[in-house]
Design a protein. Sequence first.
Length: 259
Amino acid sequence: MLISVGIAIAFLVELAICHPALSDDSVQAGARIFAVNCAICHGERGDGNGKAAARLKTAARDLVKGVYKFRSTGSSQPPTDDDIVRTIRLGIPGTAMVGQADLGQEQILALVQYVKKLSGKFSNNLQPKPLPIPPPPPPSNKTALLAGRKIFLEIGCVECHGKGARGDGPSASKLSVKPADLTRRPFKSGATARDIVRTILTGLDGTTMPSFHQVLPEEKIWLLAYYIQSLGKAPVVTEDERIGREILLQIRAAPNRKE
């Protein structure tokens, strides 16, 4: 299952042919780190067709398309470097994308620069700005949760997520990306109410989850987030997550691992 040294070398040769302009040391370092740590799932070209991809229920991200669900930026905007750093460092819970916290800061930053080179979405070198997260109202209480439940019903969340928030709303079966079961934990985008607020503000690109930035008043966004947070059951470790941890352990244990 491990990427062999030969495959890693072949990947770097192909990289030099396909991307001759990539002479920057940081990007080249990122390419080597990607070959060793990421290509097993994301594929040598970053298209999500790695050797382990067929084992996964949740497909590995096609980084060439440049569609990022988990961002701090507005809908259809590319993520910030910090967004990508957070995903690499913390991972995406419930998926095979486990956190790479053992990589050093310089390694992660180099990896970010390389990942951005895989997609034309970053070609204009614009620096997207995060949407501001409004300050929270008083801590969640019974009144706040009832208000959040009312907002959940009023703005149409039930159409996709269902009245019980289990992802079984009337439109769910018609969607190519199944709506989230909001009672399951952990959330892929983070566990705190602030993380939920960020998702409500930004939406999830590549899905039908829209951005509510400038649609819902700030206080209502927080009340909705408090309600959604209250629905959580005990965290579950998925099979994809187990596979991701297995792959990571094998990569880390490789005797000739070089980055």
